[in-house]
Design a protein around this ligand. Structure first.
Ligand SMILES: [Ca+2]
Length: 196
């Protein structure tokens, strides 16, 4: 192959690689309205550390858990604005120990941490899922290509909810610097628009 042609091919392949959907949330900071339970703690950035539970069962240390109190909200700070394609949320179902994926989950997005837009809402009915066994359930929430720096997910908690990782999928080439001054720790959860 001629050198020029090879170089052109490498450039094309590099462009394809750069445009590939990426987990924009990897190693980013986040805040929950109510933190993990002391028995199954979030030992530090577990939601976005890129580590997934290997064993399907609540004993895997890559799971952390929240318990009851109706619902949780988590806000992830992407540190810059991107077009958001989807948000993936992994939950464990282990029926024999009272561990269920949420039946309601909602996504809301914001560029500045103050004005929010509801992006998606999903509800799973009990009869749509197996009643027995242990398995992972992944919600795939649609970001609709909306621009956001702050990504908020709300989900209900029947009893235990075990989580190993959330991912925010988008094209890193859509990155824009953020002018927002608000820290993720200063987000007012009451300001966020959700479908439930
Ligand atoms: Ca993790």
């Amino acid at each position: 192959m001629k050198r020029g042609l090879l170089l052109a091919l490498i450039l094309v392949l590099s462009a394809v690689a750069l445009a590939a959907p990426t987990n924009l949330a990897l190693n980013k900071e986040y805040v929950f309205n109510i933190g993990a339970h002391a028995n199954y703690p979030d030992s530090g950035n577990e939601l976005t550390d890129g580590k997934y539970a290997r064993a399907v069962g609540y004993g895997d240390p890559d799971f952390f858990a929240v318990l009851r109190e109706d619902y949780r909200i988590v806000v992830i700070d992407l540190e810059a604005v991107y077009k958001i394609d989807k948000v993936l949320c992994n939950f464990l179902n282990q029926y024999d120990v009272g561990c269920y994926r949420p039946s309601q989950i909602a996504l809301s997005l914001s560029e500045d941490g103050r004005r929010w837009r509801s992006a998606d809402y999903q509800e799973v009915y009990e009869d749509e899922l197996p009643k027995t066994g242990t398995y992972l359930h992944r919600y795939e929430l649609d970001g609709g290509g909306m621009k956001a720096r702050y990504v908020a997910v709300k989900f209900n908690c029947e009893i235990w909810v075990f989580i190993d990782e959330f991912e925010v999928i988008g094209d890193p080439d859509t990155k824009q610097e953020s002018t927002a001054k608000i820290s993720v720790y200063d987000i007012d959860f009451e300001d966020i628009d959700f479908e439930f």
